[in-house]
Design a protein around this ligand. Structure first.
Ligand code: NAD
Length: 255
């Protein structure tokens, strides 16, 4: 995939898929600004990138706050001179049926998985219009398309993100701004592993076992999802717009 010094924002940049995205775009020579919750984690990841010869910038902040979302966009415009690609990758997965979902779990899921993408897209789109186009890739989930059991807040937030993606894709296609979403099944990242740990299950064994349920033979590696996101952000996918792309290793999802 060819990019030409694109200015790229990656949210959740310190997480499993986020790190893969930051490295992929930085190695391709793009100008990357990543963001995540903790200043310390961002700084540490930035140092590891510098050791690999990769230069990026970062801004830490909690995406549950609208002001932080808007600051990410204004900072990117100030520091990078504009925005070509916005990757709304940050996400959380509160576990529970509706009766197990507290107000805080519900609002956090909607704030991180949906509202942050809304604030970031709304702030970024005028800057993309000003330069004649851009690409936005949101990370939804197969469970946003086929809601699975026991995750009311997560499934709702990811379904709404998929709907937002289609809506923006249609509204801004005439401005040459392509908005798409990737909908992965399980990915081998801290999000998945921490859930096994929470349930007292060894994550290595669990991931191996889970891999046997996937026709392609393994749980997705972060890079395998990052590659699809990069494709959707690249000119190679220039006729794909307003789509939700399922990435499942041929594993049937719940539904
Ligand atoms: N791992 C999976 O099995 C899986 C499956 C389908 C979809 N997804 C989605 O993929 C995306 C990437 O997830 P991942 O698997 O790499 O998980 P991850 O937990 O490794 O990374 C998510 C990142 O988002 C950041 N984040 C969370 N809340 C935040 C907040 N309030 N403010 C700022 N940053 C915040 C975290 O700090 C973390 O670095 C998420 O949107 C997730 O929902 C993951």
């Amino acid at each position: 995939m060819k990019f030409h010094e694109k200015r790229v924002i990656v949210t959740g940049g310190v997480g499993g898929v986020g790190q893969a995205l930051v490295k992929l775009f930085a190695r391709a020579g793009e100008i990357v600004l990543f963001t995540d919750r903790s200043e310390e984690d961002c700084a540490e990841f930035s140092r590891t990138l510098v050791h690999k010869g990769l230069e990026t910038s970062y801004i830490a902040g909690d995406l549950r706050k609208k002001i932080n979302c808007e600051t990410i966009i204004t900072t990117a415009v100030e520091q990078l001179g504009g925005i070509d690609i916005l990757l709304n990758n940050a996400g959380i997965i509160p576990h529970g049926t509706i009766l197990e979902t507290t107000d805080d779990m519900w609002f956090s899921a909607l704030d991180v998985n949906l509202n942050a993408a809304f604030f970031l897209c709304r702030a970024a789109i005028p800057h993309m219009q000003a330069i004649g186009g851009g690409a936005i890739v949101n990370t939804s989930s197969t469970w946003g398309i086929y809601p699975g059991p026991g995750h009311a807040a997560y499934c709702t937030s990811k379904a709404a993100l998929a709907a937002l993606t289609k809506s923006l894709g249609r509204d801004y296609a005439p401005d040459n701004i392509r908005v798409n979403a990737v909908c992965p099944n399980e990915i081998d990242t801290p999000l998945l592993r921490n859930d096994f740990v929470r349930r007292g299950i060894d994550p290595d064994n669990a991931i191996e076992k889970l891999g046997k349920t996937v026709p392609l033979g393994h749980v997705a590696k972060p890079r395998e999802i990052a590659n699809v996101i990069a494709f959707l952000a690249s000119d190679e996918s220039r006729y794909i717009c307003g789509e939700t792309v399922e990435v499942t290793g041929a594993k049937p999802v719940y539904g």
